[in-house]
Design a protein. Structure first.
Length: 184
């Protein structure tokens, strides 16, 4: 049997992580300390489905749906996500996770899940901000090159062409590079 202080220490770690992810729900500390699965599942559900929209997109892309499921189906999808996305094998089986008891191990698994999702969120956020910056840069370069192209076409059309009726501008000399210079 585990000592109460070990469970309390794990609960303090979990509480700190819940503050990091800004968990909005009620936390049943009594249920967590007794290993009640109904106290753990809302925390895991929030962590995987609400904390990070970028991570939710990755789950959807991997074909993992975690909403609207029974506890058993949710736990199956949870363990599949842990295996496939995080390459993580929990210290508890699915059956143990859904039973009463194993409180310290369950709290430890929940803390691991939260930490994994926080790390994945940070990675996805960096990639997402990089891709946004890259898209913005591409857009700016496209806009700039479009303006330069349009500007150079306008200059060509308005230059000294016989079509425009101007054959030579007064006071302007051209050097061998065809750059006009104003003579003073």
């Amino acid at each position: 049997m585990l000592s109460t202080s070990d469970v309390q220490g794990c609960l303090r770690k979990l509480e700190a992580l819940l503050r990091v992810i800004k968990y909005p729900g009620y936390v049943d500390y009594d249920g967590l300390s007794k290993g009640d699965p109904s106290a753990f599942l809302p925390i895991v559900s929030f962590t995987l489905t609400s904390f990070s929209p970028l991570f939710v997109e990755e789950l959807m892309a991997a074909g993992l749906e975690l909403t609207g499921k029974t506890d058993l189906r949710f736990t199956d999808a949870l363990y599949k996500a842990l295996r496939d996305i995080f390459h993580y094998k929990p210290i508890l089986s699915k059956q143990q996770f859904l039973q009463w008891g194993f409180s310290q191990r369950k709290i430890s698994v929940i803390c691991d899940i939260i930490n994994l999702v926080i790390q994945k969120h940070s990675q996805l956020k960096k990639v997402h901000s990089f891709s946004l910056a890259y898209s913005y840069l591409r857009m700016c370069l496209s806009f700039c090159s479009h303006n330069v192209t349009c500007g150079s076409q306008n200059e060509v059309a308005s230059s000294r062409s016989p079509v425009n009726g101007i054959s030579e501008l007064p006071g302007v000399e051209e050097d061998k590079n065809d750059f006009p210079h104003v003579s003073i």
